[in-house]
Design a protein around this ligand. Structure first.
Ligand SMILES: *Cc1c(COP(=O)(O)O)cnc(C)c1O
Length: 730
């Protein structure tokens, strides 16, 4: 550990040295660029667009814009009174928002809760900070943003990956290529954390035989903060500089190292910052080592043995599990744990390695059983929850072995259904519609009265939103596909053709997700001829946009992508199906804003929650999904369409055939006819009625606003009270 003699704080980012100096107004631009509030408050976009429209469009990274353009251009913009006024207004508004009264402040300021440390392996906040892969990061990022909106004092803790998750290209032959572009930290919207004397805050973490230096960074997310650690410190051995290079890359040993840095390093970082959270929230088991380090802290401060310290701190730990099948948990061979944690167990925790391993085993006496991070998280947490109602049930079953003698329904695992941060995923157009109906501050407090207001919106307005949004998506899709084809070396004629594909008024389906077997990305392709008939009906055409990555080690997943690529190259399919490469947050944004129907076909009960379908709600998109995860509790006939019978079918070989048949049937008999059934004004009133019901009932319910309020009132507050009561007696 570095010695900490004064309170550290975020300093200017290294990139500041690349920014032009001595320009009045530059500080305001930098302040705006470094607060990720711009990732959901799109009023700021126009500032970056004025400075360099092309660069902004290509990167969506304000810092890159500021670093790249000429001093003259910045000066000229700042000399324009209109620009200056906008800038000053936005900076003032951010500062006001940072101090404005909040839901938490007005409701719970007197309570015991001061700080929640939220640990996650990934955070999806913006494409300008590519340290995420998918759903798990989405949950973390959206909840951090909602915590900022609501004034809930959450601090995120994560890792800064030099390469993040792999980026995807599709080769000419349709195969997936994995790319690893380097994220220059000097160009990310982050700042080094420095001590008051200017020294960079670095942590020294012991690994077998040597130690690793971690650098600390700060990300501002409105009112909330996210701290990141990375190992690319020049003082490290070359082998260690890359520990944090890739998210979900490498083998078990690298994963273990990353999880040690996240859990133990993350907790030490909080200590170095003088932060003593009442609540430690583990977003999935990856960060479960934080439980050990937190207990170790209390052993020292209260002179307690490990068991007592753990008993005291565990009531302040909350574990959220996101996994629906045993194979999904991180498990490590005991022989791998030993070199990394043997001496930590003995010297820091005063327990044997066997005792430590027992915390991660269902059967403590089985020396062959691997060390399960979720088990450690459960044993170390006072409360555990799944991420949808169904997933709560599934988790009680999965973790029943840890609670011998209890009936499954009495296993102490609850659920908080995920939600998404609506201001991040809504389009300008839907934002305007919602603002007119429900006001500007609709996501800053309770949302129970939004339904009534949105039900007042007319069919014309709802349909107008859909028409414009779809058009916008079709334009985006053409441009992006043309670029993607050109980059892959496609002949000019093909690139040119891409610029005219699709029709702005045709029913547009979206299917984007990880290409993992359980998501069954090829269910829709099970009977290619039947799919073709649906797509190519000349009176009622349908178009489909696909996107998704398969993990570079998942060859089955990659084969599924290839299958789609082969299909969409058939001349009949070509005008109706597009696969967009490199599914990321920005692509999601466009898709969820523009599609009419979002399709999701996981195999029940494998999808713990799923969040992508929630992102279409605010934009008037509808869901057609398997009754799994969130949709199992959200579905009603008035709001969308359901697939499956709401039961589990294990390995039943007939299941996929039956469900594919049902999927085609729904499209043929319900979805397509309803979309094309128009009244005298060209409006599909049954469809807009469904949109209205979906928006009114589901958008508030599946917002991160509701999720974070639920975590706060049902978990954080009672746990903080229990933790503080326990601590004061110890
Ligand atoms: C929302 C989102 C996800 C999560 O999607 P699900 O398939 O619903 O789990 C994954 N990746 C990206 C890029 C997303 O935006």
């Amino acid at each position: 550990m570095t010695s900490i003699n004064s309170e550290p704080k975020a300093s200017s980012p290294p990139s500041l040295s690349l920014l032009p100096k001595g320009i009045a107004g530059m500080d305001s631009l930098t302040e705006l660029a470094l607060d990720l509030r711009w990732s959901w408050n799109h009023a700021t976009d126009k500032v970056w667009r004025v400075l360099d429209p092309g660069l902004w469009e290509a990167t969506h990274n304000p810092l890159v814009v500021l670093q790249t353009i000429s001093r003259e251009r910045i000066e000229n913009s700042l000399a324009d009174p209109g620009f200056r006024e906008t800038l000053d207004f936005l900076v003032a508004r951010n500062r006001t928002a940072a101090k404005a009264p909040s839901w938490f402040g007005s409701k719970h300021a007197e309570g015991p809760l001061r700080t929640i440390a939220y640990f996650s392996m990934e955070f999806m906040l913006s494409e300008a900070l590519p340290i995420y892969s998918g759903g798990l990061g989405n949950v973390a990022g959206d909840q951090l943003k909602a915590a900022s909106d609501l004034g809930v004092p959450v601090i995120g803790v994560g890792l800064l990956y030099q390469q993040g998750y792999f980026r995807q290209a599709i080769a000419r032959d349709g195969s997936q290529q994995a790319l690893y572009p380097y994220n220059d930290p000097g160009q990310l919207p982050i700042s080094p954390l420095r001590h008051a004397n200017g020294e960079w805050l670095r942590l020294e973490i012991a690994l077998p035989g040597y130690s690793v230096w971690l650098r600390a960074w700060e990300v501002r997310v409105g009112r909330a903060k996210l701290y990141l650690l990375d190992s690319n410190d020049a003082a490290n051995f070359p082998a260690h500089r890359g520990i944090t290079s890739e998210l979900y890359g490498g083998g078990p040993e690298l994963r273990l190292k990353q999880e040690l840095l996240l859990g133990i390093g993350g907790w030490r970082l909080l200590r170095a910052l003088g932060i003593q959270p009442e609540i430690c929230h583990l977003n999935e088991g990856h960060a479960a080592f934080a439980v050990l380090e937190r207990a170790s802290d209390t052993m020292v401060s209260k002179s307690l043995p490990f068991e007592k310290a753990l008993a005291l701190t565990r009531v302040g730990n909350l574990f959220t599990t996101h996994t629906a099948v045993p194979a999904g948990f991180d498990r490590f061979a005991p022989a791998l744990i030993e070199p990394y944690l043997g001496s930590y167990a003995r010297n820091k925790l005063g327990i044997s390695l066997r005792d430590l391993l027992a915390l991660g085993r269902a059967n403590p006496n089985d020396s062959g059983e691997p060390f399960n991070m979720a088990y450690l998280a459960i044993r170390g947490s006072g409360a555990v929850n799944g991420v949808s109602r169904l997933h709560g049930q599934v988790s009680r079953r999965l973790f029943a072995p840890l609670f011998p003698g209890r009936r499954e329904e009495d296993v102490p695992i609850g659920h908080v259904t995920n939600g998404v941060h609506m201001p991040t995923w809504d389009s300008d157009r839907s934002d305007a519609l919602w603002t007119e109906a429900c006001g500007k501050d609709r996501w800053l407090g309770t949302t129970e009265d939004l339904a009534g207001s949105i039900r007042q919106v007319s069919d014309e307005k709802l349909w107008g939103l859909r028409v414009e949004s779809r058009k916008c998506l079709v334009e985006f899709t053409r441009k992006r596909l043309a670029l993607q084809l050109a980059v892959s070396g496609a002949p000019p004629a093909e690139v040119e053709e891409a610029k005219h594909l699709f029709h702005p008024d045709a029913l547009t389906l979206g299917f984007a997700r990880r290409f993992a077997a359980y998501k069954r990305p090829n269910l829709l392709l099970r009977d290619p001829e039947r799919l073709l008939r649906i797509l190519t009906d000349t009176a009622r055409p349908v178009q489909l946009i696909l996107a998704g990555k398969a993990h570079p080690q998942d060859h089955d997943g990659q084969a599924l992508i290839l299958e789609w690529m082969k299909f969409l190259r058939r001349p009949e399919a070509r005008p109706h199906v597009i696969f967009l490469s490199d599914y990321d947050m920005r692509l999601t944004e466009h898709l969820v804003q523009g599609v009419d129907v979002w399709i999701n076909t996981p195999k029940r009960p494998w999808e713990a929650s799923g969040t992508s379908g929630m992102k279409v709600l605010v934009n008037g998109g509808l869901n057609l999904s398997e009754l799994d995860g969130w949709w199992a509790e959200a579905y009603a006939p008035e709001v969308g369409w359901a697939l499956g019978d709401g039961l589990e079918h294990g390995d039943d070989p007939g299941l996929d055939g039956r469900e594919a048949d049902a999927l085609y049937g729904l499209l043929e008999r319900e979805v397509v006819p309803e979309y094309y059934a128009r009244n005298g004004n060209g409006i599909p009133v049954a469809w807009t009625g469904r949109i209205r019901e979906s928006m009114a009932r589901l958008t508030p319910e599946f917002s991160a606003n509701r999720t974070v309020r639920e975590y706060t009132e049902r978990y954080y507050l009672p746990a903080a009270e229990a933790y503080l009561a326990g601590s004061s007696h110890a």
